[in-house]
Design a protein around this ligand. Structure first.
Ligand SMILES: Nc1ncnc2c1ncn2[C@@H]1O[C@H](COP(=O)(O)OP(=O)(O)OP(=O)(O)O)[C@@H](O)[C@H]1O
Ligand SMILES: [Mg+2]
Length: 220
């Protein structure tokens, strides 16, 4: 489903150039559940952002199915992301002037579903994440773990074919973590591809495969 070859990404920080990805090779099969681990600062979020089409590599190839995404513009990548990807960002990126329900409904804004169908889809996913009582709460009043679950609900609401999650259980208690792992497992059994960046061995153990980023490259 995803084939990445010799991917490079560097950031300019003042006068210095920080090389983060230095020839990443990676392949992700449709229907798999993969954990990405590695030290803080090793480039996990950088890689996930590129896979999601939020950022572009400096060189290398990134094939999604038969499409070469390295040739796309950022606008084309935004369309790709909207259509295919459920992304749970490390910092949640919720819109704090909107309530929980509207945050979760956001990815459906561009869809052609009728309003009642959208309500059902949002209610279902809120229930799955045990957020149904918080639908009309403003997100800036929520706890960290609740915000994280809203971000997860938003990523899942349109049933994307691939779910990319950047430390989705970082601020969750044991019960919520188990619940989310269960939801991921369930989605995976139903054929969704899942890539999850994590520091948590329990999360990695729930995946079929764990890959490590070290010194800008992938180690299995
Ligand atoms: N836009 C940017 N501009 C400059 N430096 C950046 C930028 N994005 C990331 N970096 C740097 O690149 C390195 C890799 O960052 P990245 O966020 O990918 O790490 P990470 O593996 O996700 O770490 P963590 O586990 O702490 O989330 C870090 O040193 C970071 O400071
Ligand atoms: Mg990160």
């Amino acid at each position: 489903m995803i084939t990445i070859n010799n991917l490079h990404k560097a950031f300019k920080v003042g006068e210095r150039v920080l090389e983060v990805l230095k020839g990443v090779d990676l392949s992700i099969k449709r229907g798999s559940m993969t954990a990405i681990m590695g030290r803080s600062g090793s480039g996990k979020s950088t890689l996930l952002n590129i896979i999601a089409g939020l950022d572009k590599p400096d060189s290398g190839t990134y094939m999604y199915e038969q499409e070469d995404l390295t040739t796309k513009t950022l606008n084309q990548l935004a369309d790709f992301r909207r259509e295919k990807i459920g992304f749970i960002l490390q910092n949640y990126a919720l819109i704090d002037t909107k309530n929980v329900f509207d945050n979760v409904a956001l990815p459906l804004k561009y869809s052609k579903y009728p309003k009642a169908k959208i309500s059902h889809m949002v209610e279902d996913v809120l229930e799955a994440l045990e957020l149904e009582k918080l639908g009309f709460h403003s997100v800036d009043m929520l706890s960290g773990g609740e915000m994280q679950r809203v971000a997860i609900a938003r990523a899942l609401v349109q049933e994307p074919e691939i779910i990319l999650a950047d430390e989705p259980t970082g601020s969750l208690d044991e019960h919520s973590e188990q619940n989310i792992l269960g939801i991921f497992k369930d989605l995976n059994i139903r054929g969704k591809t899942i890539v999850v960046v994590t520091h948590d061995q329990q999360v990695a153990d729930a995946c079929d495969e764990t890959i490590y980023i070290k010194e800008g490259k992938i180690r299995y």
